[in-house]
Design a protein around this ligand. Structure first.
Ligand code: FCB
Length: 469
């Protein structure tokens, strides 16, 4: 059992600014199930789940939380918790089964019902267009390695916005392009499960290009929209101030954070990382005008924060471990993560609330950043059910401490507008299958029974007070 990370903030009276948004987040593939219903096409994650060894428990998303059929009672959970914002994603293969061409009416109709259901309940929809479920038909043509996918993404964005934009005002293009590019193409842990570093660099550019084109397509529609993107950021600290450790931190921070923040918010890739990547890529795929497109004005920036890293530079690359995945941070075999004794979640991720404050301060200090939302934050712990209840005090403490870290950032001048806990429900946690539980609501997968956990009640109490009374 991991100890709570800090004293509960409840001893203090502190409040978020008026109008702060309190929500919960999910993603289509992780909860919907019904992967062959109503004309949905196959996604790269359906395919990934068929690869031996790709998913820890050998599971897939075919049933997941059966949210496709249970969405009404799932939205009622938000009402029960007093949350008034819901971040969800649209499944591209439901709307365009082959990734392009005529939209699938039944797929669009599902999101119509879902959005109407939110509005009827007083819940504001925050839609994400791409949470990793690329139509397999596009992957078969090269996926994000193929520039054409960026154009197809913009078409899909326009269709989704045309249909839902009368009711959905907030749109995120991509969720965590680092994962799609580097986990998907360098380490192979995520779909499409490839292990070619050069491809990861190409994919990252086409993802960002797709973001920019989609943002422009949405703004080209007649309905006003607030367009953003969601990136996953970490505070990266060197283990010491030795040149090797400082350089290790520069490289990891560069690939993880600056590789996305710089093109989005400054219109250029970080020169030091372009140099680091030169062994793998000459960046010849960057065409004139791409960076202007990528740095199209953002109305908001979503940050997903889970953990932070302390890194050490080694004298020589670590010996390859037979059977182990290659690193997602390409060319960093001579960098290791330092275990510094912090409490960890069931994912093995260090619990570092102060890292969230530093990430927020860094983004708003180093960049001309738009208003920020924490679009995901949460933790997996090994829940136990006792007398039908889940007393997940560690998760409650994690959320409490990270909210306090958010407020520290706000009080230092960061324009943070809202927080979405990851996740509303236990769900399909990608390569970890159903073996990691992030929900503030438990899902009993056999029966699909939902149980509101103690962490949900604790979070709801903070949301109700807009802080700690
Ligand atoms: C993020 C993903 C989300 C979930 C959490 C734990 O990287 O966006 O879908 O898997 O991690």
């Amino acid at each position: 059992m991991t100890a709570p990370t800090s004293a509960p903030a409840t001893a203090r009276t502190r409040h978020f600014p008026d109008g702060f948004v309190w929500g919960a987040a999910t993603a289509a593939f992780q909860i919907e199930g019904a992967t062959t219903e109503d004309g949905r096409g196959t996604s790269i994650w359906d395919t990934q789940c068929t690869r031996p060894g790709a998913i820890l428990d050998g599971s897939d998303g075919s049933r997941a939380c059966d949210h496709y059929h249970r969405w009404e009672s799932d939205l009622d959970l938000l009402v029960d918790l007093g949350l008034t914002a819901y971040r969800f994603s649209l499944a591209w293969p439901r709307i365009m089964p082959e990734g392009k061409g005529a939209p699938n009416e039944k797929g669009l109709a599902f999101y119509d019902r879902l959005v109407d259901g939110m509005l009827e309940r007083g819940i504001t929809p925050y839609a994400t267009l791409y949470h990793w479920d690329l139509p397999q038909a596009l992957e078969d043509k090269g996926g994000w390695r193929n520039r054409d996918t960026a154009l197809r993404f913009a078409d899909y964005a326009a269709v989704a916005h045309h249909r839902l934009g009368d009711r959905v005002k907030s749109w995120a293009t991509l969720n965590e392009p680092w994962c799609s590019a580097f986990l998907g193409h360098a380490s192979g842990e995520h779909a499409p499960g490839r292990t070619e570093p050069a491809e990861a660099v190409v994919a990252s550019h086409h993802l960002l290009l797709g973001h920019g084109l989609a943002a422009q397509a949405i703004r080209g529609g007649r309905r006003p929209a607030q367009v953003g993107i969601v990136v996953n950021l970490y505070d990266v600290a060197p283990a010491s101030d030795s040149p090797a450790d400082l350089d290790a931190a520069r490289r990891i921070d560069g690939q993880q954070n600056r590789w996305f923040l710089d093109p989005l918010l400054r219109g250029s890739y970080p020169a030091d990382i372009v140099e680091d990547f030169s062994t793998y890529s000459d960046m010849a795929f960057v065409q004139d005008g791409d960076l202007e497109t990528i740095s199209t004005r953002l109305d908001w920036l979503g940050i997903n924060y889970y953990s932070s890293f302390t890194v050490r530079g080694l004298d020589a690359p670590k010996p390859a471990v037979p059977g182990a995945r290659p690193t997602a941070w390409i060319g960093t075999e001579d960098v290791e993560l330092v275990a510094n004794g912090l409490p960890r979640t069931h994912m093995g991720w260090d619990v570092v609330p102060s890292g969230l404050t530093r990430v927020l301060q860094r983004v708003s200090g180093d960049y001309d950043a738009p208003p920020i939302y924490i679009t995901e934050n949460g933790a997996a712990f090994e829940d136990v059910v006792v007398d039908g209840e889940v007393h997940d005090v560690e998760r409650a403490a994690y959320i409490d401490a990270h909210l306090a870290a958010c407020l520290d950032a706000v009080e230092s001048g960061v324009d943070l507008r809202g927080y979405f806990v990851w996740s509303l429900l236990d769900n399909f946690e990608w390569a970890w299958g159903y073996e990691r539980r992030f929900g503030v609501v438990r899902v009993e997968y056999e029966t699909q029974e939902r149980t509101v956990k103690r962490s949900a009640r604790a979070y709801a109490a903070i949301a109700a007070e807009n802080g700690w009374a």
